[in-house]
Ligand binder design. Structure first.
Ligand code: C5P
Length: 240
Protein backbone atom coordinates (compact mmCIF):
# COMPACT_ATOMS: atom_id res chain seq x y z
CA UNK A 1 0.00 0.00 0.00
CA UNK A 2 1.32 3.47 -0.79
CA UNK A 3 1.79 6.22 1.80
CA UNK A 4 -1.21 8.31 0.71
CA UNK A 5 -3.64 5.36 0.88
CA UNK A 6 -2.32 4.39 4.32
CA UNK A 7 -2.58 7.98 5.62
CA UNK A 8 -6.20 8.26 4.41
CA UNK A 9 -7.15 5.30 6.60
CA UNK A 10 -6.39 7.13 9.83
CA UNK A 11 -9.24 8.99 11.55
CA UNK A 12 -7.99 11.07 14.49
CA UNK A 13 -10.51 11.19 17.38
CA UNK A 14 -10.79 14.88 18.24
CA UNK A 15 -11.98 14.29 21.81
CA UNK A 16 -11.63 17.88 23.02
CA UNK A 17 -13.97 20.66 24.20
CA UNK A 18 -12.86 23.94 22.67
CA UNK A 19 -12.20 25.55 19.31
CA UNK A 20 -8.70 26.53 20.36
CA UNK A 21 -7.87 22.83 20.72
CA UNK A 22 -9.51 22.07 17.39
CA UNK A 23 -7.25 24.69 15.81
CA UNK A 24 -4.19 23.29 17.53
CA UNK A 25 -4.79 19.70 16.41
CA UNK A 26 -5.87 20.62 12.88
CA UNK A 27 -2.72 22.66 12.45
CA UNK A 28 -0.51 19.95 13.85
CA UNK A 29 -1.75 16.86 12.05
CA UNK A 30 -4.19 17.70 9.20
CA UNK A 31 -1.45 16.68 6.76
CA UNK A 32 -0.67 13.48 8.67
CA UNK A 33 -4.08 11.80 8.95
CA UNK A 34 -7.05 11.24 6.64
CA UNK A 35 -9.88 12.56 8.79
CA UNK A 36 -10.90 14.07 12.15
CA UNK A 37 -13.70 12.49 14.18
CA UNK A 38 -15.99 15.03 15.87
CA UNK A 39 -18.25 13.39 18.43
CA UNK A 40 -20.97 14.42 20.86
CA UNK A 41 -18.57 16.04 23.34
CA UNK A 42 -17.04 18.54 20.90
CA UNK A 43 -20.21 19.06 18.86
CA UNK A 44 -22.25 19.79 21.99
CA UNK A 45 -19.78 22.45 23.08
CA UNK A 46 -18.88 24.06 19.75
CA UNK A 47 -21.42 22.92 17.14
CA UNK A 48 -20.80 23.32 13.39
CA UNK A 49 -17.94 25.74 14.09
CA UNK A 50 -15.82 22.73 15.02
CA UNK A 51 -16.52 21.15 11.62
CA UNK A 52 -15.74 24.40 9.81
CA UNK A 53 -12.52 24.85 11.72
CA UNK A 54 -11.20 21.42 10.71
CA UNK A 55 -12.28 21.98 7.11
CA UNK A 56 -10.57 25.40 7.04
CA UNK A 57 -7.30 23.62 7.80
CA UNK A 58 -7.86 21.20 4.92
CA UNK A 59 -9.05 18.31 7.13
CA UNK A 60 -11.94 15.96 6.35
CA UNK A 61 -14.56 15.23 9.03
CA UNK A 62 -16.31 12.12 10.40
CA UNK A 63 -19.32 13.53 12.28
CA UNK A 64 -19.87 10.87 14.94
CA UNK A 65 -23.27 11.84 16.38
CA UNK A 66 -24.89 8.37 16.15
CA UNK A 67 -28.41 9.51 15.29
CA UNK A 68 -31.32 7.41 16.60
CA UNK A 69 -34.81 8.94 16.35
CA UNK A 70 -37.93 8.73 14.22
CA UNK A 71 -37.10 8.22 10.52
CA UNK A 72 -37.88 11.76 9.35
CA UNK A 73 -35.78 13.38 12.09
CA UNK A 74 -32.75 11.19 11.39
CA UNK A 75 -33.10 11.72 7.64
CA UNK A 76 -33.23 15.52 8.02
CA UNK A 77 -30.36 15.63 10.55
CA UNK A 78 -28.17 13.48 8.29
CA UNK A 79 -29.02 15.71 5.34
CA UNK A 80 -27.82 18.73 7.33
CA UNK A 81 -24.58 16.88 8.14
CA UNK A 82 -24.15 16.11 4.45
CA UNK A 83 -24.71 19.77 3.54
CA UNK A 84 -21.83 20.68 5.86
CA UNK A 85 -19.64 18.55 3.62
CA UNK A 86 -18.55 15.98 6.18
CA UNK A 87 -17.03 12.85 4.67
CA UNK A 88 -18.64 10.40 7.12
CA UNK A 89 -21.69 10.54 9.44
CA UNK A 90 -23.48 7.82 11.38
CA UNK A 91 -26.71 6.49 12.87
CA UNK A 92 -27.81 3.55 15.03
CA UNK A 93 -28.92 0.47 13.09
CA UNK A 94 -31.21 -0.33 16.04
CA UNK A 95 -33.35 2.60 14.81
CA UNK A 96 -34.56 0.15 12.18
CA UNK A 97 -34.84 -0.34 8.43
CA UNK A 98 -37.24 2.51 7.73
CA UNK A 99 -35.10 5.05 9.60
CA UNK A 100 -32.00 4.03 7.65
CA UNK A 101 -33.72 3.72 4.26
CA UNK A 102 -35.45 7.10 4.55
CA UNK A 103 -32.11 8.70 5.42
CA UNK A 104 -30.36 7.21 2.41
CA UNK A 105 -33.24 8.19 0.11
CA UNK A 106 -33.09 11.79 1.36
CA UNK A 107 -29.35 11.92 0.56
CA UNK A 108 -29.76 10.32 -2.85
CA UNK A 109 -32.56 12.73 -3.74
CA UNK A 110 -30.40 15.73 -2.88
CA UNK A 111 -27.04 14.56 -4.25
CA UNK A 112 -28.30 12.56 -7.26
CA UNK A 113 -25.25 10.39 -7.79
CA UNK A 114 -22.76 13.19 -7.04
CA UNK A 115 -20.19 12.56 -4.35
CA UNK A 116 -21.87 12.77 -0.93
CA UNK A 117 -21.33 12.05 2.74
CA UNK A 118 -21.04 8.33 3.37
CA UNK A 119 -23.27 7.04 6.15
CA UNK A 120 -22.22 4.38 8.64
CA UNK A 121 -24.39 2.37 11.00
CA UNK A 122 -23.45 1.58 14.56
CA UNK A 123 -24.55 -2.01 15.24
CA UNK A 124 -24.10 -2.93 18.91
CA UNK A 125 -21.89 -0.58 20.92
CA UNK A 126 -18.74 -2.37 22.02
CA UNK A 127 -19.54 -1.28 25.58
CA UNK A 128 -22.58 -3.61 25.48
CA UNK A 129 -22.38 -7.20 26.66
CA UNK A 130 -24.84 -10.06 26.38
CA UNK A 131 -26.18 -8.95 29.77
CA UNK A 132 -26.75 -5.40 28.47
CA UNK A 133 -28.75 -6.83 25.57
CA UNK A 134 -30.80 -9.10 27.83
CA UNK A 135 -31.61 -6.05 29.97
CA UNK A 136 -33.32 -4.43 27.00
CA UNK A 137 -35.07 -7.61 25.92
CA UNK A 138 -32.66 -8.87 23.24
CA UNK A 139 -31.93 -12.57 23.77
CA UNK A 140 -29.35 -13.08 21.00
CA UNK A 141 -25.54 -13.25 21.28
CA UNK A 142 -23.76 -9.94 20.59
CA UNK A 143 -21.97 -11.25 17.48
CA UNK A 144 -25.22 -12.49 15.93
CA UNK A 145 -26.79 -9.08 16.50
CA UNK A 146 -23.77 -7.29 15.01
CA UNK A 147 -23.96 -9.32 11.79
CA UNK A 148 -27.74 -9.10 11.63
CA UNK A 149 -27.71 -5.31 12.03
CA UNK A 150 -24.85 -4.86 9.55
CA UNK A 151 -26.84 -6.79 6.93
CA UNK A 152 -29.99 -4.79 7.73
CA UNK A 153 -28.03 -1.54 7.30
CA UNK A 154 -26.67 -2.74 3.97
CA UNK A 155 -30.15 -3.70 2.75
CA UNK A 156 -31.36 -0.19 3.64
CA UNK A 157 -28.65 1.34 1.45
CA UNK A 158 -26.30 2.42 4.27
CA UNK A 159 -22.65 2.63 3.16
CA UNK A 160 -20.97 0.77 6.00
CA UNK A 161 -20.61 0.22 9.74
CA UNK A 162 -18.55 1.16 12.77
CA UNK A 163 -17.33 -2.07 14.37
CA UNK A 164 -14.89 -3.55 16.83
CA UNK A 165 -11.70 -4.78 15.11
CA UNK A 166 -12.68 -8.29 16.22
CA UNK A 167 -15.89 -8.14 14.17
CA UNK A 168 -14.30 -6.85 10.97
CA UNK A 169 -13.74 -10.31 9.44
CA UNK A 170 -17.31 -11.47 10.11
CA UNK A 171 -18.85 -8.29 8.70
CA UNK A 172 -16.60 -8.29 5.64
CA UNK A 173 -17.71 -11.85 4.95
CA UNK A 174 -21.42 -11.05 5.45
CA UNK A 175 -21.56 -7.71 3.64
CA UNK A 176 -18.98 -7.94 0.85
CA UNK A 177 -15.95 -5.96 -0.27
CA UNK A 178 -17.63 -2.59 -0.95
CA UNK A 179 -19.20 -2.13 2.48
CA UNK A 180 -17.17 0.38 4.52
CA UNK A 181 -15.85 -0.76 7.89
CA UNK A 182 -14.52 1.79 10.38
CA UNK A 183 -12.95 0.51 13.56
CA UNK A 184 -11.90 2.11 16.87
CA UNK A 185 -10.08 0.16 19.59
CA UNK A 186 -6.86 0.21 17.61
CA UNK A 187 -3.47 0.41 19.30
CA UNK A 188 -0.10 0.59 17.53
CA UNK A 189 2.47 -1.92 18.74
CA UNK A 190 4.44 0.86 20.45
CA UNK A 191 1.65 2.53 22.45
CA UNK A 192 -0.28 2.14 25.72
CA UNK A 193 -3.68 0.40 25.66
CA UNK A 194 -5.40 3.04 27.90
CA UNK A 195 -8.93 1.84 28.81
CA UNK A 196 -9.38 -0.11 25.55
CA UNK A 197 -9.69 -3.83 26.24
CA UNK A 198 -10.18 -5.80 23.05
CA UNK A 199 -7.56 -4.04 20.95
CA UNK A 200 -5.84 -4.81 17.67
CA UNK A 201 -2.86 -3.17 15.97
CA UNK A 202 -3.50 -0.92 12.93
CA UNK A 203 -1.78 -3.43 10.65
CA UNK A 204 -3.90 -6.34 11.89
CA UNK A 205 -7.15 -4.35 11.63
CA UNK A 206 -6.39 -3.38 8.01
CA UNK A 207 -5.40 -6.97 7.21
CA UNK A 208 -8.77 -8.10 8.61
CA UNK A 209 -10.48 -5.75 6.14
CA UNK A 210 -10.95 -2.41 7.95
CA UNK A 211 -11.18 0.61 5.62
CA UNK A 212 -10.62 3.25 8.30
CA UNK A 213 -9.15 3.21 11.82
CA UNK A 214 -10.26 5.62 14.58
CA UNK A 215 -7.23 6.48 16.69
CA UNK A 216 -7.20 9.03 19.51
CA UNK A 217 -4.90 8.84 22.50
CA UNK A 218 -2.04 6.94 20.85
CA UNK A 219 -1.59 10.13 18.78
CA UNK A 220 -2.88 12.86 21.14
CA UNK A 221 -0.93 11.66 24.19
CA UNK A 222 2.31 11.06 22.31
CA UNK A 223 5.33 13.28 22.90
CA UNK A 224 5.46 13.99 19.15
CA UNK A 225 1.94 13.48 17.70
CA UNK A 226 2.90 14.23 14.07
CA UNK A 227 5.78 11.76 14.15
CA UNK A 228 3.56 9.17 15.85
CA UNK A 229 0.93 9.53 13.10
CA UNK A 230 3.72 8.95 10.56
CA UNK A 231 4.79 5.81 12.43
CA UNK A 232 1.22 4.47 12.30
CA UNK A 233 1.17 5.16 8.55
CA UNK A 234 4.41 3.15 8.26
CA UNK A 235 2.77 0.29 10.14
CA UNK A 236 -0.24 0.28 7.80
CA UNK A 237 1.97 0.52 4.70
CA UNK A 238 3.68 -2.68 5.73
CA UNK A 239 0.39 -4.62 5.34
CA UNK A 240 0.53 -7.00 2.37
O1 C5P B 1 -8.22 7.40 22.37
P1 C5P B 1 -8.80 6.24 21.65
O2 C5P B 1 -7.97 5.77 20.47
O3 C5P B 1 -9.20 5.11 22.55
O4 C5P B 1 -10.14 6.84 21.03
C1 C5P B 1 -11.04 6.07 20.31
C2 C5P B 1 -12.21 6.88 19.90
O5 C5P B 1 -13.19 5.98 19.35
C3 C5P B 1 -12.92 7.63 21.02
O6 C5P B 1 -13.49 8.82 20.45
C4 C5P B 1 -14.01 6.68 21.44
O7 C5P B 1 -15.14 7.33 21.97
C5 C5P B 1 -14.37 6.02 20.12
N1 C5P B 1 -14.94 4.69 20.25
C6 C5P B 1 -14.31 3.64 20.90
N2 C5P B 1 -14.89 2.42 20.97
C7 C5P B 1 -16.07 2.24 20.41
C8 C5P B 1 -16.72 3.25 19.75
C9 C5P B 1 -16.11 4.49 19.69
O8 C5P B 1 -13.21 3.79 21.41
N3 C5P B 1 -16.61 1.05 20.45
Amino acid sequence: MNRENAREKIIFALDVNGLDEVEKWSDLIAAKVGMFKIGKQLFTSCGPEAVKSVQKHGGEVFLDLKYHDIPNTVAMATLQAARMGVKLANLHALGGYEMMAMTMEALDKEFKGAQRTRVLAVTILTSSTEETLRGVGIEYPVQDMVVRLAKLAKSAGVDGVVASPHEVGLIRQACGPDFLIVTPGVRPVFSSTDDQKRIMTPGEAVRQGADYLVIGRPISAAGDPAKTADMIVDEIMAVQ
